[in-house]
Design a protein around this ligand. Structure first.
Ligand code: COA
Length: 343
C-alpha cells in the first residue's frame, strides 16, 4: 500500500506547506516534532484504489449512509494536495509507532469544517488497514479478532452521527490505537496494551500485588452500540484476554487490568439496582482514590449523545437516564472512576 513515487518529494519541499497553516498548539507541535524525527523521506501513500475501497469500508463496518460521501470525497494529490500531504504524514507518524504501547502524538485535523474535514481521518486509517493487518499476521492474531477490532472505525462514525447528527470522525486519536496494534476486541470488551500510571501502579502495589508505575496492564474499554454488558459476556471477555495476551504478546506480562470510565463512578450505585450490569461491572474492580474532577459531559455523551447543558430536553426513559439527570438537577456532578483488578 505504501510506495515511494517519483516527484512527490520535490513537491513536498517546494510548495507552500500545510504544516505552516496548522493551529499553533502544544499537540500540533508535538506531532510535527515527531514527524521531523522520522527524517525527510517519509513513504508516500499509494492512491486509493476505487475497486478495493468499497470492500475495505464494508469490512470496517462503515455505516452505509456514510459510504457514498467517503468515496466521493477521497483526496488525491492533484485534487487536494494539502489534504493529501497531511494524510501521508499522519500515516507515517502512526505507522512509525506500529506495535508500540505508548501513545502516538495526536494527529492534527484538516483545517476547515466542511465534509472533507469531518471525514478526513477515515483516510489515514484506510491507508493503515493493510499495514496493521500485516502486523497482526506477524503476531498470529486470528483474522476474526483483527476484523472485529478494526470495525471500531465504523462504530465511531455511528457515534459521531449520534452526537453531532452528521457523518464524520471525532475520536481519531482513539482509533489510531486500533490501527497500530495497541488494542483488541475480545467479545464484549476491548483490551488495550497499557502501562500503569503513578496512582494506579502505587495503589495496586500497596495492595500487595506485583505491580508498579510503568508496569504492564490491560486497559479495559466498553464499546457503544454493542448491547448490554451482561456479566457472563464480560467474564467471557476477561477469560479470552487471559489467554490471548500470553499467546500473542508473551514478552508483556499482563497480571492486572485497569479501567477508567464514567461507568466506574461509585455514585451510580446510589441510583441503580444491585443487579444492574453497570453495578456488577463496578464490583469487579477495586476503585483507586484520585483527584475528582466533574465530567458530566462525558457521561451525558455516552448515554444521550448530548451535553449536560441540554438536560431539559433529554429523555428519562431508562434508569441510567433518570440517574444522570436527577443527580445533576440535585446539584451533583459525575466524576467517573478508575479501578483495577487482578487477571
Ligand atoms: C455500558 C452499557 C452497555 C451499559 O448498559 P447496560 O448493560 O444495559 O447497563 P445496566 O444493566 O446497568 O443498565 C441499567 C439501566 O440503565 C439503562 N442504560 C444503561 N446504559 C444506557 C445508555 N447508554 N443509554 C440509555 N439507557 C441506558 C438500561 O437500559 C437499564 O435500564 P432499565 O433499568 O430502565 O431497564 C451502556 O451504557 C452503553 O452502551 N454505553 C455506551 C458505551 C460506554 O458508555 N462505554 C464506556 C466508555 S468510558
Amino acid at each position: 500500500m505504501i510506495t515511494q513515487y517519483d516527484g512527490m518529494e520535490r513537491q513536498f519541499l517546494t510548495s507552500p506547506d500545510i504544516l505552516d497553516r496548522l493551529p499553533d498548539n502544544e499537540a500540533t507541535r508535538a506531532w510535527i516534532s515527531h514527524l521531523e524525527s522520522l527524517g525527510p523521506d517519509i513513504p508516500t501513500v499509494s492512491l486509493f484504489d476505487p475497486a478495493r475501497m468499497l470492500d475495505d469500508l464494508l469490512d470496517l463496518a462503515v455505516p452505509h449512509e456514510d459510504i457514498d460521501a467517503i468515496i466521493a470525497l477521497t483526496p488525491s494529490p492533484e485534487r487536494n494536495p494539502d489534504a493529501w500531504r497531511l494524510l501521508e504524514r499522519i500515516v507515517a507518524v502512526i505507522n512509525s509507532r506500529m506495535g508500540e504501547i505508548d501513545n502516538a502524538p495526536t494527529a492534527p485535523d484538516l483545517p476547515g469544517d466542511g465534509p472533507l474535514a469531518r471525514y478526513f481521518h477515515v483516510y489515514p486509517l484506510l491507508a493503515l488497514k493493510p499495514l496493521v493487518e500485516e502486523w497482526h499476521g506477524q503476531r498470529c492474531i486470528p483474522e476474526d479478532i483483527s476484523r472485529r477490532t478494526l470495525v471500531d472505525l465504523g462504530r465511531n462514525l455511528a457515534v459521531h452521527r449520534k452526537r453531532y447528527g452528521t457523518g464524520g470522525i471525532s475520536l481519531h486519536q482513539w482509533l489510531q490505537l486500533h490501527f497500530r496494534g495497541a488494542i483488541y476486541q475480545l467479545g464484549r470488551l476491548q483490551f488495550q496494551r497499557w502501562k500503569l500510571g503513578e496512582t494506579s501502579g502505587n495503589a495496586i502495589r500497596d495492595a500487595g500485588h506485583p505491580a508498579e508505575p510503568g508496569g504492564f496492564a490491560l486497559n479495559v474499554h466498553i464499546t457503544d452500540f454493542s448491547g448490554p454488558m451482561r456479566p457472563n459476556l464480560c467474564s467471557a471477555s476477561f477469560d479470552r484476554a487471559r489467554e490471548f495476551f500470553p499467546t500473542h504478546f508473551p514478552e508483556e506480562p499482563y497480571r492486572v487490568a485497569v479501567c477508567h470510565s464514567w461507568l466506574l463512578d461509585p455514585q451510580l450505585a446510589d441510583y441503580l439496582p444491585e443487579r444492574s450490569n453497570i453495578v456488577q461491572f463496578q464490583r469487579r474492580f477495586t476503585l483507586v482514590d484520585r483527584e475528582r474532577k466533574p465530567m458530566d459531559d462525558v457521561a451525558f455523551q455516552f448515554v444521550f449523545g448530548r451535553q449536560a447543558s441540554e438536560i431539559d430536553t433529554l429523555p428519562r426513559t431508562s434508569t441510567v437516564q433518570r440517574a444522570l439527570i436527577d443527580h445533576v438537577r440535585n446539584g451533583g456532578h459525575w466524576h467517573g472512576g478508575s479501578g483495577w483488578l487482578v487477571l
